[in-house]
Design a protein around this ligand. Structure first.
Ligand SMILES: Cc1cc2nc3c(=O)[nH]c(=O)nc-3n(C[C@H](O)[C@H](O)[C@H](O)COP(=O)(O)O)c2cc1C
Length: 306
């Protein structure tokens, strides 16, 4: 029972002490959560989306609770890459945890400019390029729903970064494996999925949409079976590692994603319910392996019995 479990996993050249990450946009840059958990218990902190210039985000209301989940239309509000480097990134540099920066853009040039700016920052361990945000009018999901566009962004960012490159995929497509293959062919080191599913909720008292923007991204336990299915499909279609997310609340949920083929997992909406979830999922994953005499957590990846 005292056997130690090897919790290390790799995303390209990036070695993580365990497979549990924070999902972008649900953990800010970690500072707010550091009052609740020790960040060094995580595999990595994935920051909220960072763009070239400051983005104001969308009008309120931009959050609505739904059955077993939530809709959001934040719109990637952020202060821009320079302010990020001068603020959150400096703080993250003092923390004992790898930092993966989530990159957003309205155009290929903007993604490239952010990646170029982050190249000289030693605190940044890897980039996660978000080609899947449903909440911005230009860019965002438009890149993640077309193979040529997904390939173009990946190729352009790959050309300017030597850091491990993770591309975040949209579930709002007919066949996610085509997009995964397209970004793998252009040099992505890993893919992460899923981003939110496009959804809508209407207030029956006012007849108005619950979100000012009418539609938004659905996240939380409601989307987990869709996410597990997509992780399974993508992991069978590509050779690069998959980071799985979508509704993870417990260590058991994380195990499910790994069995489906994920090398690492990310916890998102659960952070709003209980800010200690990431840390307890990491501990629970280790306990799951120890109780079953699994020596390395990586053995779970793709171990689903069909
Ligand atoms: C409020 C909110 C903000 C988000 N912001 C981002 C973002 O900036 N970049 C990104 O790639 N994904 C963003 N996401 C998507 C999450 O990272 C994640 O892919 C999705 O919510 C599914 O995981 P979950 O069900 O555990 O939340 C956001 C999600 C939420 C709920």
């Amino acid at each position: 029972m005292n056997q130690t479990v090897n919790m290390k996993v790799r995303l390209g050249s990036l070695e993580l002490r365990n497979p549990v990450l924070t999902a972008s946009g649900t953990f800010a840059a970690g500072r707010e959560y550091s009052d609740f958990i020790d960040l060094s218990t995580l595999g990595a902190v994935v920051t909220k989306g960072v763009s070239l210039h400051p983005w104001a985000g969308n009008a309120s209301p931009r959050i609505a609770e739904t059955a077993s989940g939530m809709l959001n239309s934040i719109g990637l509000q952020n202060p821009g890459v320079e302010a990020f480097c001068a603020g959150d990134l400096l703080w993250l540099a003092t923390q004992d945890v790898p930092v993966i920066v989530n990159v957003s853009g309205h155009s290929v040039e903007e993604y490239v400019a952010v990646a170029r700016r982050l190249e000289s920052e030693p605190t940044v361990s890897a980039l996660e390029v978000n080609i899947s945000c449903p909440n911005v009018d230009e860019g965002g999901m438009a890149f993640g729903t077309s193979c040529p566009a997904a390939a173009e962004v990946t190729r352009a960012v790959r050309a300017v970064t030597s850091k491990p490159l993770i591309v975040k995929l949209s579930p709002n497509v007919t066949d996610i494996t085509e997009i995964a293959r397209a970004v793998e062919a252009e040099g992505a080191d890993a893919v992460s999925l899923i981003n939110t599913l496009l959804g809508m909720a209407i207030d029956t008292r006012t007849f108005r949409p619950k979100l000012a923007r009418a539609v938004g991204g659905l996240s939380g336990p409601a989307i987990k079976p869709v996410a597990v299915r997509m992780v399974w499909q993508v992991a069978s279609a590509v050779q690069i590692p998959v980071v799985g997310m979508g509704g993870i609340m417990t260590a058991d949920d994380a195990v499910e994603f790994m069995l489906a083929g994920a090398t690492a997992v990310a916890v998102g909406t659960a952070n709003f319910v209980d800010p200690t979830t990431t840390s307890s999922v990491a501990q629970g994953l280790e306990a799951f392996c120890r109780e079953r005499s699994i020596q390395s957590v990586a053995e779970l990846t793709g171990a689903v019995r069909l």
